[in-house]
Design a protein around this ligand. Structure first.
Ligand code: FMN
Length: 408
């Protein structure tokens, strides 16, 4: 869901080129085009020959003033570069493995890739493909190359693929793509410029022996989104990250840690020099009291008893030691029951400024449902993508920081 619509949108009046390629997800590009138009964007469309095997040109042209570009040779002039020069924003959605490969190696043999090579504006790419195609080293290398040129890759999500299998490779939903564009342009306001923030993300791993660990299912996605959005809005960002399968976001200082104690040390080294600390990490509450120096043998024992000792409550420690109101402290409360009650307890006990309360279903997925709890009360946020929720959290942090500035 996008927050802005029509004339108030950050996309209002922007020239957006939608480039469609030959994936089964091509039909979703029609929905994407309609959503972009609803945001007030001026949209033009180009598609590959293969794309038109999945969705007809008329599905787009019925809504457009301009013809859909399908062929570089269809008319006189220079249709191969026209769109690239015209567009402020280019969105390749869905982007096939083939088109991504051509983009990464500069093979402009169709109107989509030629337009991309001639692009003067910001480029977004929303891949869609079978999960093994997505995870293939060739595709991953091509995606990395695009990212290294500053192209925004809207990562595919996990879900049911066209052949009924599940896996990562499904194109992000059109609503999520529009939300990303909106937030990109809203982010250009850079309303967090001049602020330094620290975000913790991911799970922790508590060693049992040299090969085994105690951990949890946190994917790190929420923390990643928080770090990316803060950076897009101009903040200087330190990301303290537990072990996750995500590449560090660009432009963010990433400190990689494994255990809760390592995470605490990394956070304590920086927390007094930042304006806000957002603890999105799922820090293990417990760790084995003893780490075995060699692998515990299975042997013929009936059972193995592990003694656990509590880990430090990092956020509560900061809340207790904080002098004055800086940095703003934000925590998450992930609860399976009595969500608000437990979150309120955390707000008071840990002496923090904002608790983002969410149900356990938030773990791992791409969406999150939240309630914000501050000293002023509770605010229902509802179901949002993690990116949108990250923006809402920064809106709230910025409000708290501004009220501190007014007090100073
Ligand atoms: C039924 C069908 C579905 C396909 N779906 C995808 C897809 O989702 N993603 C992808 O990368 N390729 C997919 N392909 C393969 C591409 O269509 C093929 O690589 C084509 O050359 C892409 O051309 P283009 O990138 O120029 O549009 C599919 C092919 C068929 C026959």
């Amino acid at each position: 869901m996008t927050r802005d619509s029509g004339l108030t949108s950050a996309l209002c009046g922007r020239r957006v080129a939608l480039l469609v390629t030959g994936s089964i997800a091509a039909y979703k590009a029609v929905v994407l085009m309609r959503l972009l138009m609803k945001e007030g964007a001026r949209v033009r469309v180009a598609m590959t020959k293969e794309a038109s095997r999945f969705v007809g040109e008329a599905a787009f042209s019925a809504f457009l003033n301009e013809p859909v570009l399908t062929d570089m040779w269809s008319r006189a002039g220079e249709p191969h570069i026209e769109l690239g020069e015209w567009a402020e924003v280019m969105v390749v959605a869905p982007a096939t493995a083939t088109t991504i490969a051509k983009m990464a190696s500069g093979v402009g043999d169709n109107v989509v890739v030629a337009s991309f090579l001639a692009a003067s504006g910001v480029v977004f790419v929303a891949p869609a493909m079978h999960h093994r195609m997505w995870l293939h080293p060739a595709t991953q290398r091509n995606v990395r190359r695009l990212k290294s040129w500053g192209i925004h890759v809207i990562e595919p999500v996990e879900g049911e693929l066209a052949n009924g299998q599940r896996g990562i490779g499904r194109m992000a939903e059109p609503e999520a793509i529009v939300a990303r564009l909106v937030s990109h342009f809203r982010g250009q306001k850079r309303d967090l410029a001049g602020y330094r923030v620290l975000v913790s993300a991911g799970p922790t791993e508590e060693p049992i022996d040299p090969v085994r660990v105690l951990t949890n299912r946190s994917s790190g996605k929420m923390g990643w989104m928080l770090a990316e959005r803060a950076r897009e809005r101009g903040a200087e960002v330190i990301l303290v990250a537990g072990p996750v399968a995500l590449r560090p976001p660009e432009g963010v200082r990433c400190i990689e840690v494994r255990s809760a104690l390592e995470m605490e040390n990394a956070i304590r080294a920086h927390w007094q020099s930042v304006d806000a600390v957002v603890m999105a990490a799922a820090v293990s509450d417990w760790r084995p009291s003893q780490v075995h120096s060699s692998k515990i043998k299975r042997g013929d024992r009936e059972c193995l008893v592990l003694e656990l000792v509590p880990n430090p409550d990092i956020l509560a420690g900061l809340g207790k030691e904080r002098q004055g109101a800086r940095p703003v402290l934000v925590g998450f409360a992930l609860e399976s029951e009595n969500l608000v009650e437990h979150a309120l307890d955390k707000l008071e006990r840990k002496k923090v400024d904002l608790i983002v309360a969410n149900p356990t279903s938030a773990l791992g997925g791409d969406e999150n449902e939240a309630i914000f709890l501050t000293r002023e009360g509770a605010k229902e946020i509802g179901r949002l993508s993690k990116g949108e929720l990250a923006d809402r959290i920064w809106d709230e942090v910025r409000r708290l920081l501004k009220s501190l500035r007014n007090r100073d």
